[in-house]
Design a binder for this molecule. Structure first.
Ligand code: TRP
Length: 334
């Protein structure tokens, strides 16, 4: 608890460009969470080092991600948006937690297995202990809730196991975090293979709308979106293409499926795709303008980065000191 509020922690990697799915499904819905939770959003740049990165590109993408979060409406005064690498407690706690995590547990992580297969020439120790650094991220802030995608549930589970193991030995040190399952945002699917989630790492650029896509690109991608041969705008489970477009249109305009069906009664997919494209362009335009503005204001961004790192350090140090004391490390002489 911080100031009577529960704590929410989320980490995001600066790999790939954020998509419309990230925005409508997550980011947009996080804006109002700051009323209820003390929110920490960390750009987890240390995690990104587990695969080879181009240094200049990593730095640039990380700053861009931070900018997008603010542009999406997360007020940096109310939400602690910061770089993981600016708060040394993350790696310090990770080392201690490493000593409370078993090789066997880490060996079972499906993401480790997947990434090892994908980067067979670079199966480094960081890739193996990735979940422990993630556990440190979460436990350092005594987070109550963590909004995560399905692919990260296993990592949250190991975080809970590590925390419970530690608490069983040393008393109630860590809050046991839970997955945040608040009101779900729209689940946006690929425009090309609508039974797959829209993903920032999709190899087909037509499958995803990126948040910084220009209007022409957006209109073109919707024109090419996969639908079916039935040609009527109606929500049908077995036709994920048209249903996905309806979800996107609904999320951008606030209209329900029934309202959308009525609006496009007797009209074809061409008209509908045009309308969806325009709704998305209208939704992203203010976001893109804010990104431009914020990017230009170097002093503002720098001060957010600095102030929030100080704030994150303050809370993380409290936990770190407690942990260090519990495990028997000597107190620093000040
Ligand atoms: N592993 C997460 C992902 O790839 C990112 C992450 C790092 C994270 N630390 C976290 C997510 C802590 C939630 C909480 O998506």
């Amino acid at each position: 608890m911080i100031d009577g509020k529960k704590v929410l922690f989320s980490g995001m990697q600066a790999t790939g460009n954020l998509t419309l799915g990230n925005y409508l499904g997550a980011l947009k819905n996080w804006v109002s969470l700051a009323d209820e939770y003390e929110c920490f959003y960390s750009v987890v740049d240390l995690h990104s080092l587990t695969v080879r990165q181009d240094p200049a590109e990593l730095r640039q993408r990380a700053r861009k991600l931070l900018t997008l979060y603010i542009a999406a409406g997360l007020d940096p005064e109310k939400n602690c948006i910061y770089y993981q690498s600016h708060v040394s407690g993350h790696t310090e706690l990770a080392w201690i937690l490493d000593c409370f995590t078993y090789m066997g547990e880490l060996n079972r992580m499906t993401q480790f297995k997947d990434k090892s297969a994908k980067h067979a020439d670079n199966i480094n120790a960081g890739l193996f202990t990735y979940p422990v650094l993630m556990a440190a991220d979460i436990l350092l802030y005594q987070a109550d809730v963590v909004p995560v995608g399905k692919d990260q549930l296993q990592h949250l589970e190991i975080t809970r196991d590590i925390a419970q193991r530690f608490n069983a030995i040393y008393g109630d040190v860590f809050t046991i975090p839970e997955a945040y399952l608040g009101k779900a945002g729209a689940k946006i699917m690929s425009l090309q293979e609508p039974d797959k989630k829209m993903s920032k790492s999709d190899e087909n650029p037509n499958a995803s709308i990126y948040l910084m896509d220009d209007p022409d690109t957006i209109m073109r991608k919707f024109k090419r979106a996969v639908t079916d041969s039935e040609g009527c705008v109606r929500y049908r489970e077995e036709q994920p293409g048209i249903s996905n477009l309806m979800d996107i249109y609904g999320a951008c305009t606030g209209k329900t499926s029934e309202e959308i069906e009525k609006e496009f009664e007797g009209k074809g997919y061409g008209d509908f795709k045009q309308a969806v494209g325009e709704a998305v362009v209208d939704t992203l335009r203010p976001l893109q303008q804010r990104v431009e503005e914020i990017s230009k204001d170097k002093a503002f961004l720098d001060s957010v980065i600095k102030e929030n790192a100080i704030k994150a350090s303050y809370y993380s140090n409290k936990t770190l000191r407690k942990v260090q004391k519990k495990v028997g490390l000597p107190e620093k002489i000040r």
